[in-house]
Design a protein. Structure first.
Length: 265
């Protein structure tokens, strides 16, 4: 049972699944604007053009410039990645996912096994095609095509077709406690979305994998109010609805060391 507000008085009504889903659609869209349209001081430039296909992740994952001296490039490995955004409301939790994270990581050829405690020389440039973000149910099934279209529009995907991330600092906090365990890092960087640039921090785990691959996971919580977005409380449909100020961002990314070019004959 939900307590709702009608004509200024509180009363109790039985939940209406159809109405709740309609409410959730609006709430999730507004909540998601935290990472899409939260405007901080200072804006990023337009992102390069992109598409809504998975091949977009591989199109420019190697970057245009060569790695710095002594560094090697680990490129995104299609099919082994995911970004997820989770939020809450008084009606229902909501979530969106993308199976596409393009880009690369640059570090020493033996990274992270040769890393020492403290700051580690590394570079990351990653991107998510906006149109790859889709609303889903908790079981992973598609939620709403209409919500997807509204989110893409609010993210200004025609002008900024990609969400971009650039690493600032990577600091090793703890080496693995057992063979095959993850290296624990703190990271900070810039997230560029819909023309707005904001700094974020995130603890990450990096685990060496087979064939010179790296499995990278991390999550962080951010507040809409930190992005100058007030958590909405719509009442236009006769219900007092509150959206949680805090949302969670999760990443699951696998990159693989790029093979050296063949020597010229």
């Amino acid at each position: 049972m939900k307590r709702i507000l009608i004509a200024g008085e509180h009363t109790t009504l039985k939940p209406n699944p159809s109405l709740a889903k309609t409410c959730l659609l609006g709430i999730a869209v507004v909540s998601f604007l935290l990472v899409g349209c939260g405007r901080a001081n200072g804006g990023g430039g337009a992102s390069p053009a992109g598409t809504n296909s998975k091949t977009d992740a591989a199109a420019e994952q190697t970057g245009s410039a060569a790695p710095a001296s002594g560094q090697t490039r680990f490129v995104a490995k299609p099919g082994n990645l995911k970004v997820r955004i989770e939020g809450t409301s008084t009606i229902h939790d909501w979530q969106m996912e993308s199976p596409t994270i393009g880009g690369y990581l640059e570090a020493s050829p033996e990274f992270p096994t040769d890393a020492k405690p403290g700051k580690v020389p590394a570079k990351v440039e990653a991107f998510i095609p906006v149109r790859s973000l889709k609303s889903i149910e908790k079981n992973g099934s598609p939620y709403s095509d209409k919500m997807n279209e509204i989110v893409w529009d609010k993210l200004l995907q025609e002008k900024y077709p990609r969400i971009m991330y650039r690493l600032g600092d990577l600091t090793l906090k703890e080496a693995p406690k057992a063979n095959g365990g993850p290296y624990l890092f703190d990271s900070s960087g810039e997230l560029v979305v819909a023309g707005a640039t904001n700094k974020i921090t995130m603890p990450v785990e990096i685990t060496p994998g087979p064939n010179k691959s790296l499995h990278i996971t991390g999550n962080t919580k951010v507040k809409m109010s930190d992005f100058k977005v007030e958590p909405p409380s719509p009442t236009g449909i006769g219900m007092l609805i509150k959206t949680g100020d805090e949302v969670k961002l999760l990443i699951d990314w696998t990159v693989q060391q790029k093979a050296a070019p063949a020597a010229a004959k």
